[in-house]
Structure formats: structure tokens, C-alpha cells
Design a protein around this ligand. Structure first.
Ligand code: ATP
Ligand code: MG
Length: 417
């Protein structure tokens, strides 16, 4: 038997209801805050990610599914959404009428990582981006939105971690100080970090290897190197978060694996998922739009990892299961044919109705109604047709009553609502 690919998964009925509920809540929340949905392709030119995420990142170095299509063009299964949303913003001149755009999207991402709990090769993200606003209020609003989202969906064991990465003016100076520190500490670093030290020193800061963490305990903090403008910006973000009563910690180790991030960076972390402790991440990327050939517009965004979210929320899929409202137990050919008409009519009214097509006995049909969790059963046979009324049984209270065939759909609808 052919099985699915390692690191990929099916989301089955019984689980998917929770996903749907989360997605629905996200849409409604984001739309209430003025976000519009954007749907971007799953495949993009490989170059888009190499240029936007950066060659020296885990994603581009070793996690992307990149392959030549039949004509030899290198294409990539998107590992994240930001690059595509930025491409779209530029390509369709979404800035032309008004540079401010708030966009969200929901969908699968692909990274060839080592599969484990909370880490898959196809995973899902809810993604939000705001273009054209450099005010710190908007950074705080995004973190506030995340806090509201997590609370609304009973994911309470979370904490916002925030940091600032500075800008093109102050970051080089910090990188310099960091490099000096790293050179002295080089013997204690893991082999990945020794390589990163020269190519992307910032990333050593968030290496998870314990010996690296130890070696980095006294590393210089970017927060001591911010230029006055970045410093003011960061203070304003913190102030706004306090005003909105979002609890947060300043985490000087928090850096993003992505090169285009500037200033505010944040992560929503949880203690309930083991090593995979980041459920959402985001921040500012003021230099990306221009770097990809667009206008000089600031931007800030976040991505929520849905798979991890589903694993940590206290909500249960079964609370969102939709069982049939009605099961029609029909006996005999004539009843069966009427039952089928009714089932269609119920469906059009938004009432979920199931029936048995196999001509089984009443007992076996009742058993099936029970198995399906049907809330009511309509029983119809020759006798009922003659008397022009069906029996309606409430499966919870076991009460039975007779409902006239005349105007049946409406009568049933009134009874169950
Ligand atoms: P990590 O440090 O766990 O690898 P990341 O920094 O690579 O995370 P981002 O690129 O910021 O993650 O993506 C945002 C969110 O997407 C993460 O916080 C996480 O919840 C989720 N995510 C990232 N990679 C995976 C994956 N392979 N499987 C499941 N979820 C993922
Ligand atoms: Mg990662």
C-alpha cells in the first residue's frame, strides 16, 4: 500500500473541525482589523526566496523543496508566505493608490526539516502583513492581535517575547561587537555556529545547542547598540503593549533566521510543546520591499504555525463536530424515495440529513443513526405514509411524536431549531 510522504500528514474529519474553527476565528478577527485576504501561489521562482529570505539561512541552505520544472526553470514550494506577498505587492503595484495595505493569507508551507512533534515538512500558517506604516503602534497592534487570538482560542500557556534588531544604521555596529565576542568564544561554539559566525553572526544568538547558549550568556546585547531612532521605536512598542495589557518579556537573544528583518521582532512561545516552543513569529522587515525592486515602504507581519497551535490549544475537535440533525429511517421503496426527496430538501435548508440506502431493517437503521450521532430520527414506512404522518424521535430524550407529511420540512425545521 502506498503511504503518505514522511513529514506530511492528512488532516481527517474529526480533526479538521478544529482547524476550521481556528481559521474561521482568524479570518474574522483579522478582517475586523481591516485585513484583506490575499491568495498567493504555492510555487514561486526559487530566486524569490533566495533573495528575500537570504542565502545564509537554514531555510534556503537546507530546507527548501527546489526542483527544475519540465523546462528547467528552478521553482520552489513556498517555505513561507512573506516573500510571495511582497512580490505580489510590488508586481501588482498594490501601493499605487495607497501604500498602506493589510493582507492576510492561510495555507500550507513546505520545509524539508527533520520531522518530529510540531515540525513537519508540510505545515500550515496564518500569515498577516502590513505595508506602508512605520509607526510602532502597528507593531504593538499585531502582537496585541496575536494575544487576542490565542486567548479567544484557549491557548493560554503563551508568552510574547520581543526584541529589536535595529536598522541598517545601528546593526552593523552591533554585528561588529558581536563578531569580536564570537571570535573569542569560537572554541565553545557548535560546528554550525562556527560557520554562522562569519556568514550570519546574529544567528548564533538563537542557537538551541546548550553549549552555545552557555557560551553566549554574556554576549553583547543589540539593545545596547540601538541608534536613537530605533531605541525610541522600541520603547514606543513596549509602551503600547503595556497600555493594551499584553504581557511580554524582552528577549535579547531573539533574532530571526531571515535577513530582511529590522527593528521589532517577536515570537509567541509556549512551554507546552517541548523543543518546538515557537507558535508564532514575526516582526518588521523595512528593507525587503525595496530590496525586491519595489518602493521604499516599511512592513511588518507575523505567521502563526497552525499545526503547533492545534497541538497546544485546550479546544477539542469533538466540540466542533457536526453530527447529522436528522436521520431518516425509511422502510420500503416508496418511503425510501420520499425520504431521499426530503433529505435533499433538508440539505437546502441547512439541516444535515442522512439516510440509509441499503434497505436495511428498522433496527439496523436505528443503530446506524445512533452511530452517526444523529440528533433526531424520522421513521417512515407504509403505515406512516397511509396515515400521512411520520414519527420523529428525539435520540437524546427518546421522546417520539407524530409529524404530518403536509409541510414536513418546515415542521421539522421548527421543531429542531
Ligand atoms: P523554528 O525555530 O521552530 O524552526 P522558525 O523560526 O523556522 O521556527 P518561522 O519561519 O518564524 O519559524 O515560522 C513561523 C511559525 O511557523 C513558527 O513559529 C512555527 O509555529 C511554524 N513553523 C515553522 N516551521 C515549522 C515546521 N517545520 N512545522 C510546523 N510548524 C512550523
Ligand atoms: Mg525553522
Amino acid at each position: 500500500m502506498i503511504q503518505l510522504i514522511r513529514g506530511f500528514k492528512d488532516i481527517l474529519p474529526g480533526e479538521v473541525e478544529l482547524w476550521q474553527h481556528i481559521e474561521k476565528t482568524a479570518r474574522s478577527l483579522l478582517e475586523s482589523f481591516g485585513f484583506k485576504e490575499i491568495r498567493i501561489p504555492i510555487l514561486e521562482h526559487a530566486e524569490l526566496f533566495a533573495r528575500s529570505i537570504g542565502e545564509d539561512t537554514d531555510i534556503v541552505e537546507k530546507e527548501m523543496y527546489t526542483f527544475p520544472d519540465r523546462k528547467g526553470d528552478l521553482i520552489t514550494l513556498r517555505p513561507e508566505a512573506t516573500a510571495s506577498v511582497v512580490r505580489s505587492y510590488i508586481q501588482h503595484k498594490l501601493y499605487a493608490k495607497d501604500p498602506v495595505r493589510k493582507l492576510y493569507s492561510i495555507g500550507p508551507m513546505f520545509r524539508r526539516e527533520r520531522p518530529q512533534k510540531g515540525r513537519y515538512r508540510q505545515f500550515y500558517q496564518i500569515n498577516a502583513e502590513v505595508f506602508g506604516i512605520d509607526s510602532p503602534f502597528i507593531d504593538a497592534q499585531l502582537i496585541f492581535l496575536l494575544a487576542v487570538f490565542f486567548k479567544k482560542l484557549s491557548a493560554t500557556e503563551v508568552k510574547a517575547h520581543i526584541n529589536s534588531l535595529g536598522c541598517q544604521i545601528c546593526r552593523p555596529e552591533f554585528k561588529e561587537a558581536l563578531s569580536v565576542f564570537l571570535l573569542a568564544a569560537k572554541e565553545e561554539l557548535c560546528s554550525d555556529c562556527r560557520r554562522r559566525r562569519e556568514r550570519n553572526p546574529l544567528r548564533v544568538l538563537d542557537c538551541k545547542v546548550p553549549s552555545c547558549r552557555l557560551a553566549m550568556a554574556d554576549a553583547p546585547s543589540i539593545l545596547d547598540h540601538l541608534c536613537p531612532e530605533c531605541s525610541r521605536h522600541f520603547e514606543a512598542v513596549k509602551h503600547a503593549l503595556e497600555k493594551f495589557k499584553v504581557s511580554f518579556v524582552v528577549d535579547k537573544r531573539l533574532v530571526r533566521g531571515l535577513d530582511y528583518y529590522t527593528r521589532t521582532t517577536f515570537e509567541i512561545q509556549t512551554g507546552s510543546l517541548g523543543a518546538q516552543n515557537a507558535v508564532a513569529g514575526g516582526g518588521r522587515y523595512d528593507s525587503l520591499v525595496k530590496a525586491l525592486g519595489g518602493p521604499d515602504q516599511p512592513a511588518v507581519g507575523f505567521a502563526i504555525g497552525l499545526d503547533r497551535f492545534v497541538e497546544m490549544t485546550d479546544l477539542k475537535a469533538k466540540d466542533f463536530a457536526q453530527n447529522p440533525d436528522i436521520f431518516i429511517a425509511a422502510l420500503g421503496e416508496k418511503s425510501m424515495s420520499m425520504a431521499f426527496d426530503w433529505a435533499c430538501a433538508f440539505g437546502l435548508e441547512g439541516i444535515i440529513a442522512e439516510l440509509d440506502f441499503a434497505g436495511k431493517s428498522l433496527k439496523s437503521q436505528m443503530k446506524r443513526a445512533d452511530r452517526l450521532g444523529a440528533k433526531h430520527v424520522l421513521i417512515v414506512g407504509e403505515k406512516e405514509l397511509e396515515e400521512k404522518a411520520v414519527i420523529m424521535r428525539n435520540m437524546t430524550t427518546k421522546e417520539q411524536l407524530s409529524v404530518p407529511l403536509d409541510n414536513l420540512i418546515k415542521a421539522v425545521k421548527d421543531k429542531i431549531s
